[in-house]
Design a protein around this ligand. Structure first.
Ligand code: SAM
Length: 338
């Protein structure tokens, strides 16, 4: 079989990702590394990419095409030379591009050893501008075993703009929790614009990472959690901390919000039920985000169940297992449009 694409997912959710790929007609050619597969498709890569751009899968995090397979036996320089010859005329010269290289297994090559010479030579040969932060087109290079797999696509084709879906954020000195990355990644992947000076409810807010991110985005935050918030938030006048459980606040005539986020450490179905109850305290234009914590076993049925509960109260606008999610899936919700 000839691989048409490489797909990547969190190895702990591999069976669910493989099921999504098979549902799309993909047949696994090889597993290059845990959670990274080459696949053959009945159609071409771009047909699947377009389908998934409109309706993304939950567990497959990143896809990229395989258009050329080169041997690593002749060394990295030879891969770079052939790649320049193959891809120079395929680049759209006006659109910024980047080369994203992944090195799998125990190969002694660094991604930089390919990224730097290949992107430089492609820019020289084609005049295409390089932009590693916001590329329009991406040349994906995956080195595994004795082969280099290469494919050119638009960033929007790949489910994520980042190599393998690995989205890293710079750590800020004031950061309160690693959970902040989870919210930043969700806002980015779902393309969420928070309303200017909105009113936000943060359920399960402690120690306050999400609250800090929401404050940075000019939201007035009601943080609900029996646990204490970080001292830097306690003196912030834009934060109201209610030392209550979400169940207690619900019984206490909550306000209505533009944004509701929920990162409570609760079983996915219980958290979805509570979130459903909060749906009536979301303005019609409002949006909500919830992380569904999944059990190790039978996580797919727990997720289906939780999503069905949420659908009774909201429109599910997106659901993805993000790089910064551990055993969880982040779900983007809107009010049901009537
Ligand atoms: C993963 S932490 C949240 C981290 C937070 N998003 C951050 O960025 O710092 C989960 C929190 O859920 C809270 N929690 C669990 N059950 C809750 C409930 N029923 N009501 C409110 N908070 C709850 C816990 O106290 C804990 O602080």
């Amino acid at each position: 079989m000839t691989p048409t694409l490489i797909a990547t997912a969190d190895p702990s959710f591999a069976p669910a990702a493989v099921a999504e790929l098979q549902k799309a007609g993909g047949q696994i050619v090889a597993e290059l590394d845990p959670g990274i597969w080459t696949l053959e498709l009945p159609g071409d890569f771009f047909a699947l990419a377009e389908l998934w751009r409109q309706n993304p899968p939950i567990f497959v995090r990143h896809i990229c095409p395989v258009q050329t397979i080169l041997s690593l036996a002749d060394g990295v320089d030879s891969v770079v030379e052939t790649a320049v010859l193959t891809f120079t005329h395929l680049l759209e010269p006006d659109w910024p591009f980047s080369v994203q290289t992944r090195v799998l297994g125990d190969l002694k090559i660094k991604p930089f050893d390919i990224n730097k010479p290949l992107s430089q030579k492609l820019t020289e040969a084609s005049g295409t501008p390089l932009d590693v932060r916001q590329p329009f087109q991406i040349l994906s290079v995956v080195l595994a075993g004795e082969s280099a797999y290469l494919g050119l696509s638009l960033a929007v084709n790949n489910l994520s703009d980042w190599a393998g879906g690995v989205r890293r954020f710079a750590r800020e000195k004031e950061q309160i929790s690693r959970a902040e990355f989870k919210l930043l990644e969700a806002l980015e992947i779902f393309k969420i614009e928070l309303p200017p000076r909105g009113r936000a409810l943060d359920l399960g807010a402690a120690p306050g990472g999400w609250t800090r991110v929401l404050r940075q985005k000019e939201q007035y935050v009601t943080a609900v959690d029996p646990a204490w918030l970080h001292p830097s938030l306690q003196k912030d006048k834009g934060v109201r901390h209610l030392r209550l459980t979400a169940e207690e606040y619900l019984a206490d005539y909550p306000d209505t919000y533009d944004v509701i986020v929920n990162d409570m450490r609760l079983d996915a179905r219980d958290s979805a039920r509570l979130m459903g109850e909060y749906g009536r305290y979301l303005y019609p234009h409002g949006l909500a985000l919830i992380t569904l914590k999944l059990p190790e076993k039978r996580y797919d049925s727990a997720l289906d169940h939780a999503l069905n509960i949420l659908r009774q109260h909201f429109t599910v606008a997106g659901a993805r297992q993000l790089f910064h999610n551990r055993s969880e899936v982040t779900v983007y919700l809107k009010k049901v449009s009537k």
